[in-house]
Design a protein around this ligand. Structure first.
Ligand code: ATP
Length: 321
Protein backbone atom coordinates (compact mmCIF):
# COMPACT_ATOMS: atom_id res chain seq x y z
CA UNK A 1 0.00 0.00 0.00
CA UNK A 2 1.20 3.50 -0.77
CA UNK A 3 -0.54 5.30 1.99
CA UNK A 4 1.69 7.95 3.59
CA UNK A 5 1.88 11.28 1.88
CA UNK A 6 1.68 14.84 3.23
CA UNK A 7 -1.25 17.21 2.92
CA UNK A 8 -4.69 15.91 2.04
CA UNK A 9 -8.30 17.00 1.67
CA UNK A 10 -10.95 17.37 4.34
CA UNK A 11 -8.98 19.52 6.77
CA UNK A 12 -11.14 22.36 8.08
CA UNK A 13 -9.90 25.83 8.96
CA UNK A 14 -9.24 26.74 12.61
CA UNK A 15 -8.08 24.04 14.98
CA UNK A 16 -7.48 21.49 12.21
CA UNK A 17 -10.66 19.55 13.00
CA UNK A 18 -12.00 17.07 10.47
CA UNK A 19 -15.65 16.04 10.79
CA UNK A 20 -17.37 12.97 9.33
CA UNK A 21 -20.78 11.45 9.87
CA UNK A 22 -22.27 8.03 9.23
CA UNK A 23 -25.85 6.70 9.26
CA UNK A 24 -27.77 4.12 11.27
CA UNK A 25 -29.07 1.04 9.43
CA UNK A 26 -32.24 -1.00 9.44
CA UNK A 27 -32.15 -4.63 8.26
CA UNK A 28 -35.19 -4.93 6.00
CA UNK A 29 -34.36 -8.61 5.55
CA UNK A 30 -32.25 -10.63 7.97
CA UNK A 31 -31.85 -14.39 7.47
CA UNK A 32 -29.54 -16.10 9.94
CA UNK A 33 -27.95 -19.47 9.19
CA UNK A 34 -26.79 -22.01 11.78
CA UNK A 35 -23.80 -21.29 14.03
CA UNK A 36 -20.53 -21.77 12.07
CA UNK A 37 -17.39 -23.38 13.46
CA UNK A 38 -15.74 -19.91 13.66
CA UNK A 39 -18.45 -18.79 16.11
CA UNK A 40 -20.28 -16.63 13.56
CA UNK A 41 -23.60 -17.21 11.83
CA UNK A 42 -23.93 -17.10 8.06
CA UNK A 43 -26.16 -14.12 7.19
CA UNK A 44 -28.18 -13.03 4.22
CA UNK A 45 -29.33 -9.51 4.92
CA UNK A 46 -30.58 -6.41 3.14
CA UNK A 47 -29.31 -3.25 4.78
CA UNK A 48 -30.95 0.15 4.40
CA UNK A 49 -29.04 3.24 5.61
CA UNK A 50 -31.41 5.71 7.31
CA UNK A 51 -31.19 9.40 8.20
CA UNK A 52 -30.09 9.15 11.82
CA UNK A 53 -26.40 10.08 12.01
CA UNK A 54 -23.52 9.97 14.47
CA UNK A 55 -20.81 12.58 13.98
CA UNK A 56 -17.12 11.96 14.60
CA UNK A 57 -14.71 14.91 14.93
CA UNK A 58 -10.96 14.32 14.91
CA UNK A 59 -8.24 16.83 15.75
CA UNK A 60 -4.46 16.66 15.86
CA UNK A 61 -3.43 15.15 19.21
CA UNK A 62 -0.64 13.47 21.09
CA UNK A 63 -1.58 9.79 21.27
CA UNK A 64 -5.28 8.85 21.16
CA UNK A 65 -8.02 10.37 23.30
CA UNK A 66 -11.77 9.86 23.03
CA UNK A 67 -14.79 11.81 24.25
CA UNK A 68 -18.39 10.68 23.73
CA UNK A 69 -21.35 13.09 23.84
CA UNK A 70 -25.08 12.76 23.10
CA UNK A 71 -27.12 9.51 23.14
CA UNK A 72 -25.78 6.74 25.33
CA UNK A 73 -23.34 8.76 27.38
CA UNK A 74 -25.17 7.85 30.59
CA UNK A 75 -26.07 4.24 29.73
CA UNK A 76 -25.02 1.20 31.73
CA UNK A 77 -24.99 -2.46 30.70
CA UNK A 78 -25.03 -3.17 26.95
CA UNK A 79 -25.83 0.46 26.10
CA UNK A 80 -22.78 1.89 27.85
CA UNK A 81 -20.45 3.50 25.33
CA UNK A 82 -16.81 2.96 26.35
CA UNK A 83 -14.24 5.76 25.92
CA UNK A 84 -11.18 3.51 25.77
CA UNK A 85 -9.81 0.73 23.56
CA UNK A 86 -13.13 -1.13 23.83
CA UNK A 87 -14.70 1.58 21.68
CA UNK A 88 -14.77 0.55 18.02
CA UNK A 89 -13.54 4.03 17.06
CA UNK A 90 -10.37 3.54 19.10
CA UNK A 91 -9.72 0.24 17.33
CA UNK A 92 -10.45 1.86 13.95
CA UNK A 93 -7.84 4.54 14.71
CA UNK A 94 -5.19 2.00 15.76
CA UNK A 95 -5.85 -0.17 12.74
CA UNK A 96 -5.70 2.68 10.21
CA UNK A 97 -2.53 4.10 11.80
CA UNK A 98 -0.84 0.70 11.77
CA UNK A 99 -1.77 -0.07 8.16
CA UNK A 100 -0.82 3.41 6.95
CA UNK A 101 2.43 3.52 8.97
CA UNK A 102 1.59 6.77 10.77
CA UNK A 103 1.52 7.48 14.53
CA UNK A 104 -1.96 7.08 16.07
CA UNK A 105 -2.22 10.69 17.21
CA UNK A 106 -5.72 12.18 17.39
CA UNK A 107 -8.19 13.75 19.79
CA UNK A 108 -11.52 12.16 18.82
CA UNK A 109 -15.06 13.19 19.77
CA UNK A 110 -18.12 11.08 18.95
CA UNK A 111 -21.43 12.91 19.04
CA UNK A 112 -24.04 10.16 19.19
CA UNK A 113 -27.60 10.42 17.91
CA UNK A 114 -27.79 6.67 17.24
CA UNK A 115 -28.58 4.92 20.52
CA UNK A 116 -26.13 2.17 21.53
CA UNK A 117 -27.04 -1.53 21.56
CA UNK A 118 -30.25 -0.69 19.72
CA UNK A 119 -29.83 -2.85 16.60
CA UNK A 120 -29.03 0.26 14.55
CA UNK A 121 -25.26 -0.33 14.14
CA UNK A 122 -24.30 2.82 16.04
CA UNK A 123 -20.84 1.56 16.94
CA UNK A 124 -20.24 0.51 13.33
CA UNK A 125 -21.34 3.95 12.09
CA UNK A 126 -18.84 5.58 14.46
CA UNK A 127 -16.03 3.30 13.28
CA UNK A 128 -16.81 4.03 9.61
CA UNK A 129 -16.96 7.79 10.23
CA UNK A 130 -13.68 7.60 12.18
CA UNK A 131 -11.93 5.79 9.29
CA UNK A 132 -13.04 8.51 6.85
CA UNK A 133 -12.15 11.40 9.20
CA UNK A 134 -8.77 10.01 10.25
CA UNK A 135 -7.86 9.16 6.67
CA UNK A 136 -8.26 12.89 5.94
CA UNK A 137 -6.57 14.09 9.18
CA UNK A 138 -3.55 11.85 8.68
CA UNK A 139 -3.55 12.25 4.88
CA UNK A 140 -3.28 8.49 4.51
CA UNK A 141 -5.02 8.60 1.10
CA UNK A 142 -6.56 5.16 1.52
CA UNK A 143 -8.82 4.09 -1.33
CA UNK A 144 -12.44 3.14 -0.61
CA UNK A 145 -11.42 -0.49 -1.16
CA UNK A 146 -8.63 -0.23 1.44
CA UNK A 147 -10.98 1.43 3.95
CA UNK A 148 -13.60 -1.28 3.29
CA UNK A 149 -11.03 -4.03 4.00
CA UNK A 150 -10.16 -2.35 7.33
CA UNK A 151 -13.88 -1.90 8.07
CA UNK A 152 -14.50 -5.65 7.60
CA UNK A 153 -11.82 -6.39 10.20
CA UNK A 154 -13.52 -4.08 12.70
CA UNK A 155 -17.00 -5.61 12.51
CA UNK A 156 -19.63 -7.20 10.28
CA UNK A 157 -21.71 -4.02 9.83
CA UNK A 158 -18.82 -1.54 9.42
CA UNK A 159 -18.39 -2.02 5.62
CA UNK A 160 -22.07 -1.18 5.15
CA UNK A 161 -21.80 1.91 7.40
CA UNK A 162 -19.06 3.05 5.02
CA UNK A 163 -21.04 2.24 1.85
CA UNK A 164 -24.56 3.33 2.87
CA UNK A 165 -27.55 3.24 0.52
CA UNK A 166 -29.06 -0.22 0.19
CA UNK A 167 -26.97 -3.39 -0.01
CA UNK A 168 -27.26 -7.13 0.16
CA UNK A 169 -24.90 -8.51 2.81
CA UNK A 170 -23.64 -12.08 2.97
CA UNK A 171 -20.95 -13.95 4.90
CA UNK A 172 -21.08 -12.32 8.35
CA UNK A 173 -22.82 -9.39 6.65
CA UNK A 174 -19.53 -7.83 5.53
CA UNK A 175 -19.62 -9.02 1.89
CA UNK A 176 -21.72 -6.40 0.14
CA UNK A 177 -23.46 -5.99 -3.21
CA UNK A 178 -25.19 -2.64 -3.72
CA UNK A 179 -28.94 -2.79 -4.42
CA UNK A 180 -30.85 -0.27 -6.48
CA UNK A 181 -33.69 1.54 -4.68
CA UNK A 182 -35.55 3.99 -6.87
CA UNK A 183 -37.58 5.67 -4.19
CA UNK A 184 -37.42 7.08 -0.69
CA UNK A 185 -38.71 4.97 2.17
CA UNK A 186 -40.08 6.59 5.32
CA UNK A 187 -39.81 4.92 8.70
CA UNK A 188 -40.43 5.66 12.32
CA UNK A 189 -37.93 4.22 14.78
CA UNK A 190 -39.28 3.33 18.21
CA UNK A 191 -36.30 3.29 20.52
CA UNK A 192 -36.50 1.39 23.82
CA UNK A 193 -35.27 2.59 27.20
CA UNK A 194 -32.71 -0.18 27.53
CA UNK A 195 -30.43 -1.77 24.92
CA UNK A 196 -30.05 -5.44 24.02
CA UNK A 197 -26.71 -7.22 23.69
CA UNK A 198 -26.24 -8.57 20.14
CA UNK A 199 -24.36 -11.74 21.29
CA UNK A 200 -27.16 -12.46 23.80
CA UNK A 201 -29.78 -12.29 21.02
CA UNK A 202 -27.79 -14.70 18.79
CA UNK A 203 -27.33 -17.05 21.77
CA UNK A 204 -31.08 -16.97 22.38
CA UNK A 205 -31.69 -17.80 18.70
CA UNK A 206 -29.37 -20.84 19.01
CA UNK A 207 -31.26 -21.88 22.17
CA UNK A 208 -34.69 -21.53 20.51
CA UNK A 209 -33.42 -23.53 17.52
CA UNK A 210 -31.98 -26.30 19.71
CA UNK A 211 -35.35 -26.52 21.44
CA UNK A 212 -37.10 -26.76 18.06
CA UNK A 213 -39.12 -23.62 18.75
CA UNK A 214 -38.05 -21.78 15.57
CA UNK A 215 -36.84 -23.09 12.15
CA UNK A 216 -33.22 -24.32 12.23
CA UNK A 217 -31.93 -21.82 9.64
CA UNK A 218 -30.34 -24.50 7.43
CA UNK A 219 -32.15 -22.89 4.52
CA UNK A 220 -31.71 -19.13 4.44
CA UNK A 221 -34.86 -17.31 3.35
CA UNK A 222 -34.45 -15.45 0.07
CA UNK A 223 -33.90 -11.69 0.04
CA UNK A 224 -35.38 -11.43 -3.48
CA UNK A 225 -38.92 -10.29 -2.51
CA UNK A 226 -37.48 -7.49 -0.37
CA UNK A 227 -35.02 -6.45 -3.10
CA UNK A 228 -37.81 -6.39 -5.72
CA UNK A 229 -40.07 -4.38 -3.42
CA UNK A 230 -37.31 -1.89 -2.52
CA UNK A 231 -36.60 -1.31 -6.19
CA UNK A 232 -40.03 -0.23 -7.24
CA UNK A 233 -42.46 -0.17 -4.32
CA UNK A 234 -45.37 0.06 -3.56
CA UNK A 235 -45.28 0.28 0.25
CA UNK A 236 -47.54 -2.77 0.89
CA UNK A 237 -45.14 -4.95 -1.14
CA UNK A 238 -42.21 -4.00 1.10
CA UNK A 239 -44.44 -4.28 4.18
CA UNK A 240 -45.32 -7.86 3.23
CA UNK A 241 -41.71 -8.81 2.47
CA UNK A 242 -40.00 -7.56 5.69
CA UNK A 243 -38.47 -10.34 7.78
CA UNK A 244 -35.97 -10.78 10.59
CA UNK A 245 -34.83 -14.13 12.07
CA UNK A 246 -33.57 -12.27 15.14
CA UNK A 247 -37.05 -11.02 15.98
CA UNK A 248 -38.21 -14.21 17.81
CA UNK A 249 -35.11 -14.30 20.09
CA UNK A 250 -35.34 -10.53 20.71
CA UNK A 251 -39.02 -11.00 21.68
CA UNK A 252 -38.11 -13.96 23.84
CA UNK A 253 -35.59 -11.85 25.79
CA UNK A 254 -37.82 -8.77 25.84
CA UNK A 255 -41.51 -9.77 25.81
CA UNK A 256 -42.52 -6.10 26.08
CA UNK A 257 -41.42 -5.71 22.44
CA UNK A 258 -44.65 -7.42 21.34
CA UNK A 259 -46.56 -4.44 22.68
CA UNK A 260 -44.13 -2.07 20.99
CA UNK A 261 -44.66 -3.80 17.61
CA UNK A 262 -48.46 -3.82 18.07
CA UNK A 263 -48.41 -0.14 19.02
CA UNK A 264 -46.73 0.70 15.70
CA UNK A 265 -49.18 -1.20 13.48
CA UNK A 266 -52.09 -0.04 15.67
CA UNK A 267 -51.04 3.57 15.07
CA UNK A 268 -51.09 3.10 11.28
CA UNK A 269 -47.67 1.73 10.29
CA UNK A 270 -47.78 -0.39 7.12
CA UNK A 271 -45.63 -2.93 9.00
CA UNK A 272 -43.32 -3.06 11.99
CA UNK A 273 -40.22 -5.18 12.48
CA UNK A 274 -37.46 -5.42 15.06
CA UNK A 275 -34.32 -3.77 13.64
CA UNK A 276 -31.31 -6.11 13.62
CA UNK A 277 -30.84 -7.61 17.07
CA UNK A 278 -33.25 -5.03 18.55
CA UNK A 279 -34.73 -3.67 20.61
CA UNK A 280 -35.52 -0.80 18.19
CA UNK A 281 -38.80 -1.21 16.32
CA UNK A 282 -38.69 -0.02 12.70
CA UNK A 283 -42.19 1.00 11.58
CA UNK A 284 -42.72 1.46 7.85
CA UNK A 285 -44.80 4.51 6.91
CA UNK A 286 -46.76 5.14 3.71
CA UNK A 287 -44.93 8.45 3.05
CA UNK A 288 -43.26 11.37 4.82
CA UNK A 289 -46.55 12.87 6.01
CA UNK A 290 -47.72 9.56 7.44
CA UNK A 291 -44.34 9.18 9.18
CA UNK A 292 -44.83 12.56 10.90
CA UNK A 293 -48.35 11.53 12.03
CA UNK A 294 -47.09 8.11 13.15
CA UNK A 295 -44.25 9.72 15.11
CA UNK A 296 -46.70 11.96 17.00
CA UNK A 297 -49.07 9.05 17.70
CA UNK A 298 -46.28 6.76 18.94
CA UNK A 299 -44.66 9.48 21.06
CA UNK A 300 -47.99 9.75 22.90
CA UNK A 301 -48.25 5.99 23.52
CA UNK A 302 -45.42 5.85 26.05
CA UNK A 303 -44.13 2.44 24.90
CA UNK A 304 -40.83 3.83 23.57
CA UNK A 305 -38.21 6.05 25.17
CA UNK A 306 -37.76 8.04 21.95
CA UNK A 307 -39.49 8.05 18.58
CA UNK A 308 -37.65 9.29 15.47
CA UNK A 309 -38.90 9.76 11.89
CA UNK A 310 -36.17 8.79 9.41
CA UNK A 311 -35.89 7.99 5.73
CA UNK A 312 -33.60 5.98 3.52
CA UNK A 313 -31.58 5.25 1.56
CA UNK A 314 -28.94 7.81 2.56
CA UNK A 315 -25.19 7.75 1.78
CA UNK A 316 -22.64 6.04 4.02
CA UNK A 317 -19.79 7.64 6.00
CA UNK A 318 -18.79 11.02 4.52
CA UNK A 319 -16.74 14.07 5.45
CA UNK A 320 -18.88 17.03 6.53
CA UNK A 321 -18.18 20.68 5.80
P1 ATP B 1 -25.04 -4.35 15.93
O1 ATP B 1 -24.15 -3.58 15.01
O2 ATP B 1 -24.42 -5.64 16.37
O3 ATP B 1 -26.47 -4.43 15.53
P2 ATP B 1 -25.96 -2.51 17.86
O4 ATP B 1 -26.30 -1.50 16.84
O5 ATP B 1 -27.09 -3.17 18.55
O6 ATP B 1 -24.98 -3.57 17.28
P3 ATP B 1 -23.92 -0.78 18.94
O7 ATP B 1 -24.54 0.54 19.20
O8 ATP B 1 -23.04 -0.89 17.77
O9 ATP B 1 -25.06 -1.88 18.95
O10 ATP B 1 -23.14 -1.21 20.27
C1 ATP B 1 -22.87 -2.54 20.60
C2 ATP B 1 -21.86 -2.60 21.74
O11 ATP B 1 -20.62 -2.07 21.30
C3 ATP B 1 -22.26 -1.81 22.96
O12 ATP B 1 -22.51 -2.72 23.98
C4 ATP B 1 -21.07 -0.93 23.31
O13 ATP B 1 -20.59 -1.18 24.60
C5 ATP B 1 -19.98 -1.29 22.30
N1 ATP B 1 -19.41 -0.14 21.59
C6 ATP B 1 -18.14 -0.01 21.20
N2 ATP B 1 -17.95 1.14 20.54
C7 ATP B 1 -19.12 1.77 20.48
C8 ATP B 1 -19.56 3.00 19.93
N3 ATP B 1 -18.72 3.83 19.31
N4 ATP B 1 -20.87 3.31 20.05
C9 ATP B 1 -21.71 2.46 20.66
N5 ATP B 1 -21.34 1.32 21.24
C10 ATP B 1 -20.07 0.95 21.15
Amino acid sequence: MSWSSPGGPGRLAGDGAVVARAPAKVNVHLAVGPLRSDGFHELRTVYLAVSLFDTVTVRPGDGLSLTVTGEGTTGSGPDAVPTDRRNLVWRAAELLAERAGVPADAAITIDKSIPAAAGLAGGSADAAAALVALDALWATHATRGELTALAARLGSDVPFSLLGGVALGSGRGEQLSPVLARRRWDWVLGIAGEGLSTPAVYAELDRLRAAGRVPDGEELSSPDPVIAALRSGPVPALAAALGNDLQPPALSLRPDLRRALRAATGAGAAAAVVSGSGPTVAALAEDEESAVRLTAALAGEGVYRTVRAVHGPVPGARLVG
